[in-house]
Design a protein around this ligand. Structure first.
Ligand SMILES: *Cc1c(COP(=O)(O)O)cnc(C)c1O
Length: 212
């Protein structure tokens, strides 16, 4: 086995073990391979080892790799900061966006997705301190018909595990969201204990990112 294949097998096993240990349903947690600042060749290697979901943070870099990898049936997730002048290309070239943090961005993604048959899956990026804002945002996003509001992306503060907290769990349930995008290379087992359904793992699969 090569390194990427080996890392994927190890992490997948750890995810399955954590599901059992923390009383989660079998296969409830999915692995999103974060390939920002990793080469198209490495993504292809991971794909050939069975990984189908990849997350990218930088639009131009992602589009370049998507062009190289267009023969593969990859599910692409955008997890980076979204500038409003990038919403068209994001809406039209990704299956999921995890980093929606304001209504104006959601509205632009919605408008640019209209030309595509399937709705764009989105998560609201949560600042853990203000669940009120998350509720208001969810309420305004839910009716947008070219978006499917799937969940919350939780970015923990340094030193905490980013547990969603009761208020956020209530919001998730009120809007019938099925996704908690939470956990990275360093804390994914704790995130699974706290209810994560998508863990976003980069360096533990691909190694250090290339500086750019
Ligand atoms: C880079 C990144 C990750 C992956 O981090 P690793 O520590 O390499 O696993 C996960 N989530 C977001 C939002 C990121 O930007």
């Amino acid at each position: 086995m090569n390194t990427i294949q080996n890392n994927l097998a190890l992490i997948t096993q750890k995810i399955r073990d954590a599901e059992i240990k923390y009383h989660r349903a079998a296969n409830e947690v999915s692995l999103l391979a974060i390939s920002k600042k990793q080469s198209a060749e490495k993504i292809r290697e991971a794909y050939n080892a069975g990984q189908k979901k990849f997350g990218e943070s930088y639009l131009q870099e992602a589009l370049a790799k998507q062009a190289i990898l267009k023969d593969l049936d990859i599910e692409w997730h955008f997890i980076g900061n979204i500038q409003s002048n990038k919403t068209k290309l994001i809406a039209q070239n990704f299956n999921w966006v995890h980093s929606v943090n304001r209504l104006s961005i959601a509205e632009k993604l919605n408008a640019h997705r209209a030309s595509i048959q399937t709705p764009l899956n989105i998560c609201i990026e949560v600042n853990i301190d203000s669940p009120e804002d998350v509720f208001a945002l969810a309420k305004n996003i839910a009716p947008l018909k070219h978006l499917a509001l799937r969940g919350l992306m939780i970015m923990p503060k340094k030193g905490t595990q980013g547990k969603p907290g009761t208020a956020l769990e209530l919001i998730r349930d009120a809007f019938l969201m099925d996704t908690l995008s939470m956990g990275m290379s360093g804390d994914f087992e704790a995130a699974i204990a706290a209810g994560s359904t998508i863990v976003r793992i980069g360096t533990a699969i691909f190694g250090e990112r290339n500086a750019k």
